[in-house]
Design a protein around this ligand. Structure first.
Ligand code: FAD
Ligand code: UQ1
Length: 481
């Protein structure tokens, strides 16, 4: 159960037996002696509990069980991470080897459909609609190991969890997602305790975006894109288009200077869609500054500091009335420096088969991988059907025969009723599902993004029944060149 911060505070008063667990550098899950669980910021917690000043440096503690369990278990197929990729592969592997032979390691009580956070930040959907209990998405009969993986030892085919459990496996599927690094921006994450700042990238801060937008009076509305790989590279600018539309709708647009400060040298990586986006940007009077990287937020003064990536040492301070932060991102800590990672820390996979380049019984899917394509749930869908096939072949001692082409998709929300549906492959070539020009803003695509995709996610992808639009693309393009 998640409790409001203030409730957590009151529950904690006098409760020295509260158990704490660092979720990221900002948020802590807190479990009081009565067993209630909540989240609060690290700084708020330090203020509450001076005897725990070092909590930010605390090691992870086993959260879900009262005592550490130094035990051993074995499973045929072990899945690390119960996000989009992990649940999807759990469902597919259950069909392959039987539920009793599959386990998923995932610490979170809630599973979120992250793509809808773009619309939550703009007030078009509720945050509640984005989450379901993890227990409800774990395929029935599959074991849910409610812990965090702390160490992966592919040489001994085993992993260790924060509860001290050692789990050995025959086949390992790594689906750990990526890690958000708000703390790499000076002044964050504490800055989120102030108003006028939000971030659609975390369930903790997405409603703050909507609040900042509603409270907007006059001044700069600034949207950022960091100097790292990100998931859904379109999301940092989708919220800008939605904010622009909201301010127009509420008659405040003439008071607003809308600015998109991006670390990238381009607005969007695929020219066909970038051309359309530049047209929109020009027609809606949006200011795009390339190669500008957010390095500091002075939330008390409503100031954001950017470095010019082309002129080292040159920084610029912007005042803001609203700031949307897309945080730096990177591979999960547990992978970085492990034998499974490449030099950059991402899971070292064969980009066509999704089999590990060094350990043949290890596979991966999604944001944690080295696959050189845009990190999206749409990519996870396409990867899942290839990975299913690869693992099946490997289990039968055959060579993988199906190849992932890098398919990924980004529904670029450009207003409260239009979307440009970008779809492309490893070569950056458009790979469009529908037999029409998807670089045009379309209402049908908005409907698909807002109302169809969530169903496809919960009832198709997570059940292992949706492997991406590949087969439909072929049918829809029959008879076309
Ligand atoms: P996740 O779904 O993030 O799952 C990773 C899981 O691993 C998490 O549940 C986490 O708790 C768990 N985990 C992490 N560390 C450990 C550990 N040590 N031990 C055990 N478990 C661990 N995609 C689209 O296709 N279309 C969109 O329009 C779109 N829009 C987006 C908008 C926003 C604002 C965001 C944030 C994302 C968007 N995405 C979109 C991206 C999409 O949500 C991700 O690409 C997708 O969820 C990746 O799946 P994954 O399984 O790799 O990672
Ligand atoms: C998709 O498959 C998918 O995963 C379920 C998404 O994530 C939410 C998407 O945003 C998109 C666009 C796809 C691709 C599906 C079609 C029908 C083009």
């Amino acid at each position: 159960m998640l409790l409001h911060r203030s409730v957590v505070r009151s529950k904690l008063d006098g409760s020295t037996r509260a158990r704490l667990r660092l979720v990221d550098s900002l948020w802590l899950y807190v479990q009081s002696a009565e067993g209630n669980v909540g989240v609060m910021t690290a700084s708020a917690l330090r203020a509450q509990m001076p005897w725990r000043r070092s909590c930010q440096r605390m090691s992870y503690q086993c959260f879900h069980t009262t005592h550490r369990t130094d035990s051993k278990e074995h499973v045929k197929v072990l899945v690390l991470g119960g996000g989009s990729g992990g649940i999807t592969m759990g469902a597919r592997m259950k069909r392959k080897v039987g539920a009793e032979n599959v386990a998923i390691v995932e610490p979170s009580e809630m599973h979120y459909y992250q793509p809808i956070w773009t619309l939550v930040g703009a007030g078009a959907k509720s945050v509640e609609s984005s989450g379901r209990p993890t227990s409800s998405v774990i395929p029935s009969g599959v074991k849910w190991v409610k812990s965090r993986v702390m160490e992966v030892n592919p040489d001994t085919n085993s992993v260790r969890t924060d509860c001290g459990k050692e789990i050995s496996y025959e086949y390992l599927i790594v689906a750990l997602g990526l890690q958000l690094h708000y703390e790499k921006i000076k002044g964050l994450p504490e800055g989120f305790e102030h108003p006028k700042i939000g971030s659609n990238y975390s369930v903790k801060t997405v409603q703050k975006t909507w609040k900042a937008l509603q409270d907007f009076k006059e001044g700069n509305a600034i949207f950022t894109f960091p100097n790292t790989p990100v998931k859904c590279a379109g999301a940092p600018q989708k919220i800008m288009y939605l904010s622009d539309a909201f301010l127009r709708k509420t008659g405040k647009r003439s008071n607003a200077n809308i600015i998109y400060n991006t670390s990238l040298p381009v607005l969007f990586g695929i020219k066909k869609y970038a051309d359309s986006l530049w047209e929109i940007v020009k027609s809606r009077d949006l200011n795009i500054n390339l190669r500008q990287n957010l390095i500091e937020v002075r939330a008390d003064k409503q100031e954001a500091v950017f470095e010019n990536l082309d002129k080292p040492g040159e920084t610029k301070v912007f005042e803001y009335e609203m700031l949307h932060v897309t945080p730096p991102m990177g591979p999960p800590d547990v992978l970085k420096g492990s034998p499974l990672a490449n030099e950059a820390g991402w899971l070292n996979l064969n980009k066509e088969t999704l089999q590990h380049n060094v350990y043949p019984n290890v596979f991966g899917i999604g944001d944690c991988t080295s696959l050189p394509t845009a990190k999206t749930a749409a990519a996870v869908a396409a990867q899942s059907s290839v990975l299913d096939r690869t693992i099946t072949r490997i289990m039968k001692k055959n060579k993988p025969d199906k190849k992932y082409d890098g398919y990924t998709s980004c529904p670029l929300v450009t207003s409260y009723n239009t979307v440009i549906l970008a779809e492309f492959d490893y070569n950056g070539q458009p790979l469009e599902t529908f037999p029409l020009d998807q670089s045009k803003e379309r209402r049908t695509m908005y409907y698909m993004k807002a109302d169809v995709m969530p169903h496809l996610y919960w009832h198709g992808l997570l059940k292992g029944l949706w492997g991406g639009p590949g087969p439909y693309r072929t049918i829809m393009h029959l008879g076309m060149k």
